[in-house]
Design a protein. Structure first.
Length: 348
């Protein structure tokens, strides 16, 4: 088994216990601030240097801001919703560098998930959604979960190059999409990767940590719902996947009563529900979820066949039913979660 890198996990969890907004923001900046290589990078050819400048220009021109936060008129519940994989702004330079057509790149996109959960702010909780696509940068990974085969130079020592996700080509900067199809025509420079990490990944996580810290300070606990979609059929797996998969890292990222509540309410709505298989929750769920500190994290996967055509990337009539049912589901768990809030507050 690959050795697990823990470096920012414990420190970020500790940061979420603070109550001072300015201090929390400073701590997030310290954790997710610009990180340069420990050793000078070997000299690059001119086109490699141009790659970094081109990357920076593309991000500034097409991905500023890197995410959108849909704020409620008034925060009424300790929930924060995150949609890290629904971004669909594909930088022109990225498309030019890819050997795959845009339609293939979109197979890794959680299409329309932001729209599925857009009723959340009207119910009294924020929703943060990435604008950049997962194929370009994946914030549901460690910040430096990088594949050595993707880069021209040697990666710095702090990079995690041995995780199972990296081995599969799905690190912070993905090497493949869909059926293990290689994305790039040529290898990238480390500095180009750092442009994406520093300008997209770190601001997203700093904002998410800030939203959770605010919820915890206001309500005594914070509950993160990390929102995703999944293909209706798994690679190499027989049959259709269930309608929903709930992930709580096998009970470690969330109080079990909340997991059971979400499962029960989905079953009442007539859906098939699985727990932790095939998706137990990624970096976001594992990283932020710490029930002992009053921060609970759940991942929810929606079967794409319920609301869209997976070949044409168009919504189907089922889209409106899923939106309606998700709103009903969220209203219910927000009401039921009040007991968790009061229990946590009384304990403190």
């Amino acid at each position: 088994m690959a050795r697990r890198r823990s470096f920012p996990q414990k420190s970020l969890r500790n940061r979420l216990t603070g109550v001072d907004t300015a201090r929390t923001t400073w701590q997030c900046e310290r954790l997710f601030g610009v990180f340069s290589p420990a050793h000078p990078i070997e000299p690059c050819l001119q086109d490699q240097r141009d790659m970094s400048a081109r990357e920076r220009s593309a991000i500034l021109a097409e991905l500023s801001p890197p995410f959108i936060v849909h704020h409620p008129a008034e925060a009424l519940h300790p929930f924060v919703f995150s949609s890290p994989h629904s971004g669909r702004v594909y930088p022109k330079a990225f498309l030019e560098d890819s050997r795959l057509p845009a339609a293939t790149l979109r197979k890794s996109e959680d299409a329309f998930v932001e729209e599925l959960f857009l009723d959340v702010p009207s119910l009294g909780a924020p929703l943060i959604a990435a604008r950049f696509p997962r194929a370009y940068l994946d914030v549901n990974r460690e910040p430096y979960e990088l594949d050595p085969d993707l880069f021209v130079e040697r990666l710095p020592d702090f990079a995690n190059t041995r995780s199972l996700r990296v081995v599969g080509g799905l690190g912070t900067i993905a090497r493949v999409v869909a059926e293990s199809e290689e994305i790039y025509r040529r290898r990238l420079t480390v500095e180009a990767a750092f442009e994406r990490i520093n300008r997209l990944y770190k601001p997203y996580h700093a904002e998410l940590a800030k939203l959770l810290a605010t919820a915890r300070r206001t309500f005594g606990i914070a509950i993160l719902i990390d929102c995703h979609s999944m293909p209706s059929v798994g690679t190499g797996q027989p049959g259709q996947r269930p309608h929903f998969v709930i992930g709580d890292r096998f009970g470690s990222s969330c109080h079990p009563s909340l997991t059971r509540l979400l499962q029960r309410e989905l079953l009442k709505l007539g859906y098939e529900v699985a727990l932790n298989r095939p998706y137990a929750g990624g970096f976001i769920t594992e990283h932020y979820g710490n029930p002992s500190l009053g921060v609970h994290a759940l991942q929810i996967e929606v079967n794409r066949s319920l609301y869209m055509n997976e070949e044409t990337f168009e919504t189907t009539p089922g889209f409106h039913r899923i939106v309606r049912d998700l709103k009903s589901l969220i209203e219910r768990i927000m009401v039921e979660s009040a007991s968790l809030v009061s229990t946590r507050t009384a304990a403190e």
